[in-house]
Write a protein that binds this ligand. Structure first.
Ligand code: SAM
Length: 250
């Protein structure tokens, strides 16, 4: 198994593959000021096993195209959607977010939780803009500094791991420069990290190790996840995901 396959296997059984919660997804939906009666075409990009896609389909009158490049995640989403009687409202699509197989103006709403960083925040916002109809809405969550100044160790860590990290005010300028009018921004609370992401992830590690016979490769992945959790415990006050909700200006 490759490192990628191992990572997918570790995260596959969980409802979320990054910080977030159904409650915060609904908060972002409210900020998007969508008409619940209007039939909406939505793309959820980097959907993982699909918690946000399910909330969108449950909350809105919507057809959700849920995109990911990891097939096992899409299969799991298909099973979850079927269990909720939502299969008619959610279509899993295997694709790369850098080259989406969609047409201009196809969507009323583009959603992406904890995934746009794979392309880069500004790059993703600019590239996906053409897929929105004029006046369409984008809602993305992105790692963001919570303050103007941070302790050196966490500054150095994120500059190494994701140099695109910035404060919300800087990110909002990128939103505007990419051709959107901001509708709202808020930080995900600690609960989204600790209870909805790290807790189930920590619980999944022992069985993951068993499945892979305590291999060195599995051990390395588990240790990296644990190191990330320790970092968050120590320095999580200085960074979080922020949700950016914005309307296409053209
Ligand atoms: N949105 C989900 C959530 O909040 O639980 C998943 C977030 S997870 C941090 C990032 C997701 O993006 C993963 O499901 C991963 O497979 C997907 N992904 C990463 N790079 C991708 C790419 N280039 N194209 C499509 N999907 C990608």
């Amino acid at each position: 198994m490759t490192e990628f396959d191992l990572l997918i296997d570790l995260h596959l059984g969980n409802a979320r593959q990054g910080p977030g919660s159904d409650e915060e997804t609904r908060r972002a939906i409210n900020l998007a000021r969508l008409d619940p009666r209007e039939r909406l075409a939505i793309a959820d990009i980097g959907c993982g096993t699909g918690s946000a896609a399910l909330v969108l389909a449950r909350t809105l009158n919507a057809q959700v195209i849920a995109v990911d490049f990891a097939e096992p995640f899409l299969e799991r989403l298909g099973t979850r959607a079927a269990a909720e009687g939502m299969s008619d409202h959610i279509e899993p699509v295997l694709a790369q977010m850098e080259s989406l197989p969609f047409t201009d103006s196809q969507f009323d709403l583009i959603w992406s939780e904890g995934a746009i960083y794979n392309m880069g925040f500004a790059e993703g916002l600019r590239a996906w803009q053409r897929l929105l109809r004029p006046g369409g809405t984008v809602a993305v969550s992105e790692i963001t500094w919570t303050t103007a100044h941070r302790p050196d160790p966490i500054e150095a860590y994120w500059k190494r791991e994701y140099p695109g990290i910035a404060t919300a005010s800087t990110k909002l300028q990128l939103v505007e420069q990419a051709g959107y009018e901001p509708l709202g921004v808020f930080f995900l609370p600690r609960d989204c990290w600790e209870n909805h992401y790290y807790k189930p992830l920590r619980s999944a590690i022992p069985k993951f190790m068993q499945r892979h016979g305590n291999s060195d490769a599995a051990q390395q992945i588990a240790e990296a996840e644990q190191a990330e959790m320790t970092l968050y415990r120590e320095y999580g006050r200085w960074y979080s995901y922020a949700f950016y909700i914005a309307r296409k200006t053209t």
